[in-house]
Design a protein around this ligand. Structure first.
Ligand SMILES: Nc1ncnc2c1ncn2[C@@H]1O[C@H](COP(=O)(O)OP(=O)(O)OP(=O)(O)O)[C@@H](O)[C@H]1O
Length: 242
C-alpha cells in the first residue's frame, strides 16, 4: 500500500482554485520532487497534505487511512511533518529550543537534538544561539531538524534552497541525501530542475493547479519538464520556441 495517496484534491484560496483535482501516490522510501512555475499550486498542495489548509474536495490517505479532515498537529503525530517555505522559526528561541519544540506533537522515535546536530554539523557551535542570529543555511538546517524531531514518516520540504547561496544549498542537500538513503519518504518543492531530477525518484510538474507531467526522474529529460513547466508539452514540437 502507498504511504501517501492524494485523490482528486481541490484546494481553494477563496474563489481561486489553487489545486484543481490533483491525484498521485508515493511509496515508502521514495522521494518525490514537485516542480512548476510560481503560483502553480505547489505550496498549497504541500500545505493540504500537512493539514495546514483544508481542501474543498478530494482525499488525502496516509497508509490507506483517510486523514483529509485531520488537523495538522494531529498529522504530525501520525508522521507527517512540513518544513514550510520561509522556515517559520521562533527567532527569539535558541536552536536547541526550536528543535525541542518539534518533539512536542510528534511521534516517539530515534531523533534527538544530538542526532540532528550530527546530521547538520554546522549547527553544533550554534546550539545555544537564538535562531534570529543565524545565517540562512543554519536557519534552514534548524527548520529541517525541527521537523525531524517529530520522527516523521513523510517529510514535506517547501523550497529548502530559497535564499541560500549555491554552496550552502549543496550542504543542505548533502544532509538530505543521508535522510533519503536512510529511507525517509520525502516530498520536496524545488525550483532548480537539475537538482529536483537528480535527488528524486519521481517528479511531478504542476501547471495552474494541475499535474502537467508525472513520471520517474530517471530518464526524464530537463527539456521535457521545462515544456510542461511552461504548458508547451501538449503542443506540437514545432510550436516550441528556441
Ligand atoms: N494565502 C493566499 N491567499 C490567496 N491566494 C493565494 C494564497 N496563497 C497562494 N495563493 C494563490 O494560489 C495560487 C497557488 O499558489 P502557491 O503558493 O500554492 O503556488 P506555488 O506553486 O507554491 O508558487 P511559489 O513557487 O510562488 O510559492 C497562486 O495563484 C497564488 O497567488
Amino acid at each position: 500500500m502507498s504511504l501517501l495517496a492524494v485523490e482528486n484534491l481541490v484546494v481553494r484560496h477563496g474563489l481561486l482554485q489553487a489545486v484543481r483535482g490533483v491525484s498521485f501516490t508515493i511509496e515508502r522510501g521514495e522521494t518525490l520532487a514537485l516542480v512548476g512555475a510560481n503560483g502553480a499550486g505547489k505550496t498549497t498542495l504541500l500545505r493540504a497534505i500537512a493539514g495546514a489548509h483544508q481542501p474543498t474536495a478530494g482525499l488525502v490517505l496516509l497508509d490507506g487511512a483517510d486523514i483529509t479532515g485531520v488537523p495538522s498537529h494531529k498529522r504530525v503525530g501520525m508522521g507527517v511533518a512540513l518544513v514550510p517555505e520561509g522556515r517559520k522559526l521562533f527567532v527569539q528561541m535558541t536552536v536547541e529550543e526550536n528543535l525541542l519544540l518539534g518533539k512536542t506533537a510528534g511521534r516517539p522515535g530515534d531523533w534527538s537534538v544530538e542526532r540532528v546536530l550530527d546530521t547538520f554539523p554546522n549547527l553544533k557551535p550554534r546550539r545555544h544561539a537564538k535562531t534570529g542570529h543565524l545565517s540562512g543555511g543554519e536557519q534552514q538546517a534548524t527548520a529541517i531538524g525541527r521537523a525531524l524531531m517529530s520522527n516523521p514518516e513523510l517529510l514535506l520540504l517547501d523550497e529548502v534552497s530559497l535564499g541560500l547561496s549555491p554552496l550552502v544549498v549543496d550542504r543542505v542537500y548533502a544532509s538530505l541525501q543521508g535522510l533519503i538513503s536512510s529511507g525517509t519518504t520525502i516530498i520536496l518543492v524545488e525550483q532548480d530542475l537539475n537538482r529536483a531530477l537528480s535527488v528524486s525518484d519521481k517528479v511531478i510538474c504542476m501547471l495552474e493547479g494541475r499535474v502537467a507531467l508525472e513520471g520517474p526522474s530517471k530518464g526524464m529529460s530537463r527539456d521535457e519538464v521545462t515544456k510542461a513547466y511552461f504548458g508547451l508539452h501538449r503542443k506540437s514540437a514545432g510550436s516550441v520556441p528556441a
